[in-house]
Ligand binder design. Sequence first.
Ligand code: PLP
Length: 399
Amino acid sequence: MTTQKEDFLNYICQTSPYPVGLEIDHAAGSYLYTTDGKKYLDFISGIGVNNLGFAHPAVVKAVQAQAEKYLHVMVYGEYVQRPQVDLAKKLVSLLPAALNQVYFTNSGTEANEGALKLAKKYTGRKKLVSFEGSFHGDTHGSCSVTGREIYRKPFEPLLPGIQFLPFNDVEALNAIDDTVAAVITEPIQGEGGMRVPDEGFLNALRARCDAVGTLLIFDEVQTGFGRTGKWFAMEHWGVVPDIVTLAKALGGGMPLGAFVSSRDIMTTLSENPPLSHVTTFGGHPLSCAAGLASLQVISDESLVKKAEVDGAWLLKRLRHLSQKGCGIREVRGKGLMIGLALETAELAAHLVKGAFEAGVILGWTLHTENVIRIMPPLTVLKEDMESGLAVIEKLLSPS
Ligand code: PLP
């Protein structure tokens, strides 16, 4: 008789030699409960997905109600399905006016694939520009524009004609010229170490794209839906992209992504030839029903404002801690998207491992060894933030 853990290691493809390996029994609010009776405070929201915590009753109810009506009925874009239509309308109401038509996908990487293809088809140009330290997903196109060579190299040849520029460097933007179809960037780099650009960088990027007729794509897969204390991170700088890509928290815990643009640009996908970008499951009715319920809760419970207030409180507490000489180089972020840059990778590992043993889930950011991600659910209770902080403070206190 094999154990569940042994079967997991044998039958599930492993993405690293050191999986966390928690055996989940159930999850509710900000907590995961394991089969051995322990509970863990999730301070990373399943990597930016569970803005409402786990299994929010409104989302569960919406999924149950939709499951009783219909699941899949037809490939995307053929039949009129209320969950898709209602969610698209709600999304458009939350976004700047120019972003008014939605294409649903299953994931963030597919949203980026769609956005890149759309930009190439609309402009008739072939080149793409991205930034060092970016992460856009793991399918071929998204991997091609992900700004870290070790993750691209094993899969080459990838897409040709891609140039990487340093993030947050206004001078470097002059390299964008009228042969470039699109520039893709996260408004705040997540996997690059929670890097918030300086004032003016995204505005300069917008201006440069306008000057040379290049489309600007914002990847808000990780930053969207209140995470940074605004509905979308672009609002911090008042910069509107031509296309925005979304996923993670969009589906309220169900798989869902989207790219959103103007009707004029989106029309490109319905002609010359028609059906040139299709998906079977994108915008699944269960995911859209969950997504709509989740957006409703974010609105009703003012969670965007809560993220701003809680985030400011957490940043202040962490910055206070950083002044105590405990190995914190920088505390950065916006809202509840916070990065703790530590002096060394060893200290980062000590913190993540120690927190885990104390029942708090923290995590690295993919491209950095020393920046720890703090992204609790937007619904996190003050007492849970206090207990998470207490664990961090204890582990970083000079002994
Ligand atoms: N874009 C960003 C900014 C992300 O953080 C991620 C995932 O972490 C993705 C795209 C890829 O999303 P998915 O894993 O849903 O394909």
